[in-house]
Design a protein around this ligand. Structure first.
Ligand SMILES: Nc1nc2c(c(=O)[nH]1)N[C@H]1C(S)=C(S)[C@@H](COP(=O)(O)OP(=O)(O)OC[C@H]3O[C@@H](n4cnc5c(=O)[nH]c(N)nc54)[C@H](O)[C@@H]3O)O[C@H]1N2
Ligand SMILES: Nc1nc2c(c(=O)[nH]1)N[C@H]1C(S)=C(S)[C@@H](COP(=O)(O)OP(=O)(O)OC[C@H]3O[C@@H](n4cnc5c(=O)[nH]c(N)nc54)[C@H](O)[C@@H]3O)O[C@H]1N2
Ligand SMILES: [Mo]
Length: 809
């Protein structure tokens, strides 16, 4: 989230699109209710289904899955055509006036630089034009045809209300009503917030859908302000912590990135990331990358990270490719993986194309499951009839189960969607042989290191020299790890201007990442968490909920990254002179000498607004980007592409015979492409989702949840039920090109047939929660049906839009 849960109460308009917060985030959803009750806010829900969120909305609009870019692109066009944009904000705080290179092109659904064989782009032309001074050229009149503003206007000119209604299936008047409601927040006195989750991410164009939403918010001046923002509703209670700590195959903690194969030189690695400002007087905060990186390496390797080995950089693996879930299972499927350690993850149930997963797991020599429960993955070798039809005798994979504790049986911090690190305390003793994940990892590490010591091995230094300063090396405590993430001084830190002045003594905890250095004198295991545990103690454990201004800025409740800041880019809540756009929602303001207010300013306290520093300090531009330059896989402006399994077979926004039907830069492997189905055979659109009564695949082990929702069902609309003669409550078979499931048909008014490009399209709703392990009725895994294809930026699979065929059994 750019903002945080409590802040949602400040919104005038709430758009829930690509999520179902009332169902999947019932606790956080109360802040929508607060906004409605106390702020007279209007709730809009755009979803293929009339959901539990829709049932309490002021306005609901249906949409075909996977077409949100068309809808939001249409909103962009509406806002530009009707002059419903916050001019001062957009002109000063975004790249509207920046001039783009002449060789940048967009034609027939493709951007310049496409390489069809590699299915990827050479992105050189996706950049701004530079002046002789090295800075980006701009045109403040916005008349130059290659200003971002002009290119944006041209790009979305095709996204007309007629296109939206024809391709998304949203009735035109409903689409226009949503536009009007959002447009009501273009002035400085009103704000809208956008709440989204998997309905946006689980598409091959997921990241670009989110960008389109962010562009709408920028046009309306709704980023950086209270009651605004782009708010990703995260999934597991600590999934925010997972990405923060870099548990993705290409990340390091704090959104630093692992070097690629070609980046053997430390200086080149840093240079590519510590970008210089693109405009005069801008901060470009990633300029400090080296300080964060060296402090991280010092936290990992301590004294062994030296100037000679580039502060441990030489120990880091250099990636030949991404090792995301789709890649790992592809390699496993090819028989190229010996062992797999599966910690708190049930891929057979959670990942696409179950049959491929099954075949892959059967090719492993060993599989380690760290989990409190038996899961479909740990039992993949078991024949459960139709539900898991495997030849057990032929499977040689050795499975080890290491029972772990659950969150309530240990202490530590969880990071919520609003970036708050909240400490929690142990509530129960672990049962039986269960050990905490930390203890298991520490014990594994100790034994692996022992093997390296006694038997040697390739490149042993990174393992042998890992710094392990914990009191009990076999069980580091959460407190020790949290202090390490936050960071401390290794030697006395002196004032660079006066070396006799000691600013921080050796051994002391640091108070912010501003203290980090690139000379090996500081450590921080995750620079964005720096300051969570200071000399004053554990700030994550704070529980003071006082809210002096009444707008939900409880700065002494827990601790929020970065720097305890609650709303990112909060400098954008004030005008050029530093006066809040809206005094009722005052976040920070300039009092002539200093920035003061209800939040921790995103600026140095004495940064005079007259110097003209832009609010988006992480970008080298200093302003927000409509034109994403080279940061996305598929292009600088979001463009609609059909799901890989499209009910249309063509892209309504491109010439019919052209190649850009699907995302040309999506993550796909050859065999998976061959496993895609066609609408002639699979005429219905499937989408998968969750229910309040279950949490994924684990609550089917709980009796009460299993009583509430005992059995797999699928939701189909009345029109489809009538067409196929399917009575409510009867059994149906749902097939895709990868397999089939059988389930109870729930015939509902909540999913209506849509008219898409003149033809009737039926959508089928498939909740994901059942399988063949647990107390609920055994059944099929929903992911038997889903395709193995993902977003080219995040590799998130396309679980929200694929083709199926529903049949009466
Ligand atoms: N009770 C409960 N709560 C949970 C979970 C759980 O299992 N149970 N899981 C947690 C996790 S890990 C996550 S990630 C979150 C997920 O939270 P959500 O994303 O809110 O959950 P979903 O039900 O997967 O999908 C949300 C909605 O997206 C809609 N949708 C599908 N395709 C599209 C589309 O193309 N466009 C639009 N606009 N909407 C679409 C679906 O109809 C559905 O209503 O929930 C978390 N909360
Ligand atoms: N078709 C389709 N597929 C989906 C989705 C969808 O919407 N549609 N949603 C996707 C999403 S967003 C998610 S997040 C995934 C969820 O997929 P998973 O994360 O694989 O599923 P979970 O059942 O939430 O959790 C996995 C395991 O973690 C274990 N666990 C709980 N606490 C601990 C602990 O402290 N330590 C350890 N080691 N284990 C623990 C649980 O017992 C459980 O077996 O599913 C994804 N798959
Ligand atoms: Mo999730």
């Amino acid at each position: 989230m750019t903002n945080h849960w409590v802040d949602i109460k400040n919104a005038d308009v709430v758009l829930i699109m690509g999520g179902n917060a009332a169902e999947a985030h019932p606790c956080g959803f109360k802040w929508v209710t607060e906004a409605k009750a106390h702020n007279n806010a209007k709730l809009i829900v755009v979803d293929p289904r009339f959901t539990r969120s829709a049932s309490v909305a002021d306005f609901y609009a249906p949409i075909r899955t996977g077409t949100d870019i068309i809808f939001l692109g249409g909103v962009i066009k509406y806002l530009l055509d009707n002059d419903k944009i916050q001019h001062e904000y957009v002109r000063n705080y975004t790249d509207f006036s920046f001039i783009v290179r002449e060789d940048y092109k967009f034609e027939d659904g493709l951007y310049s630089g496409y390489n069809e064989e590699k299915r990827s782009y050479d992105k050189d032309s996706w950049d701004y034009e530079r002046g002789d001074d090295g800075y980006v050229k701009t045109d403040s009149t916005l008349q130059h045809p290659r200003t971002v503003y002009q290119l944006l206007k041209k790009h979305y000119s095709r996204y007309t209300p007629d296109m939206v209604s024809s391709a998304c299936g949203t009735p035109k008047e409903k689409f226009l009503k949503v536009c009007e409601m959002l447009a009501s927040t273009a002035g400085t006195d009103r704000t809208a917030t956008i709440m989204y989750a998997l309905g946006w991410t689980q598409h091959t164009i997921g990241s670009q859908i989110i960008r389109t939403g962010a562009m709408v918010q920028l046009l309306l001046g709704n980023i950086g302000v209270a009651g605004g923002g782009m708010n990703a509703l995260r999934g597991h209670s600590n999934i925010q912590g997972l990405t923060d700590l870099g548990l993705m195959s290409d990340l390091l903690p704090g959104y630093l990135t692992l070097p690629k194969d070609g980046e053997q030189s430390f200086d080149d690695y840093i240079g590519a990331r510590a970008q210089q400002p693109l405009r005069p007087n801008q901060l470009s905060y990633w300029r400090h990358y080296k300080k964060f990186h060296v402090s991280l390496m010092k936290a990992w390797w301590g004294d062994a990270a030296t100037a000679e080995n580039n502060w441990g950089y030489d120990y880091l693996p250099k990636l030949d490719k991404l090792y995301d879930m789709l890649q790992v299972f592809e390699l496993m499927h090819k028989g190229q993986v010996n062992g797999y350690i599966c910690q708190g993850f049930n891929p057979l149930a959670a990942s696409p194309n179950k049959q491929k997963q099954l075949e892959a797991l059967a090719k492993l020599k060993f599989l380690v499951i760290m989990d409190p429960l038996a899961t479909e993955t740990s039992e993949f070798w078991r024949n459960v009839g139709e539900y898991n039809d495997v030849d057990t005798a032929s499977i040689q994979t050795e499975v080890f189960r290491l029972p772990t504790t659950c969150f309530a049986e240990e202490e530590g911090a969880l990071v919520n969607s609003g970036r708050w690190l909240q400490w929690h305390w142990q509530g129960a003793e672990p049962p039986g042989e269960a050990k905490s994940d930390i203890e298991i990892m520490a014990l594994l590490f100790a034994r692996i290191r022992k093997l390296y010591q006694t038997e040697g091995g390739k490149f042993p230094e990174p393992i042998l020299k890992l710094w392990w300063p914990y009191k009990n090396p076999e069980f580091p405590t959460a407190a020790e790890l949290a202090k390490e993430y936050s960071g401390r001084a290794l030697t006395d830190l002196t004032d660079p201007a006066d070396s006799s002045k000691v600013l921080r003594k050796a051994g002391e905890q640091l108070s912010s990442f501003g203290e980090l250095r690139d000379d090996g004198s500081t450590i921080s295991g995750c620079w964005i968490y720096c300051g969570a545990w200071t000399q004053d103690g554990n700030l994550m454990a704070r529980r003071d909920n006082s809210d002096p201004t009444g707008i939900g800025q409880t700065l002494n409740w827990a601790w929020s990254w970065p720097a305890n800041r609650r709303i990112l880019y909060n400098r954008a809540s004030a005008d050029l002179q530093g006066k809040p756009w809206n005094p009722k929602r005052n976040l920070i303001s300039w009092n002539g000498k200093s920035w003061v207010g209800a939040d921790v300013p995103d600026f140095k306290l004495d940064e005079n607004p007259a110097a003209g520093m832009g609010p988006f300090i992480m970008n080298p531009e200093g302003v927000a980007r409509f034109f994403a330059r080279k940061s996305m896989a598929e292009g600088p402006f979001p463009e609609h592409y059909e799901p890989f399994e499209t009910p249309l077979g063509y892209n309504p926004l491109s010439p019919k015979e052209k190649r850009s039907v699907n995302n040309p830069a999506a993550r796909i492997f050859k065999d998976d492409l061959a496993a895609m189905g066609k609408a002639e055979q699979f005429p219905h659109v499937g989408t998968t989702y969750r229910l309040t009564e279950h949490f994924h695949f684990w609550t089917k082990n709980v009796q009460l949840n299993s009583i509430l929702q005992p059995q797999q069902f699928v939701e189909i609309g009345e029109a489809l039920a009538k067409e196929l003669d399917i009575p409510n409550g009867s059994e149906v078979k749902v097939s895709s090109n990868r397999g089939y499931i059988k389930a109870v048909a729930l015939v509902t008014k909540r999913i209506k047939a849509l008219t898409i490009e003149g033809k009737t399209v039926h959508q089928v709703g498939i909740p994901i929660h059942w399988g063949f392990v647990g107390l609920a009725k055994p059944g099929f895994l929903a992911n038997t049906l889903t395709p193995s294809v993902g977003d080219g930026n995040t590799q998130t699979p396309e679980s929200k839009s694929f083709l199926v065929k529903v049949e009466k059994v």
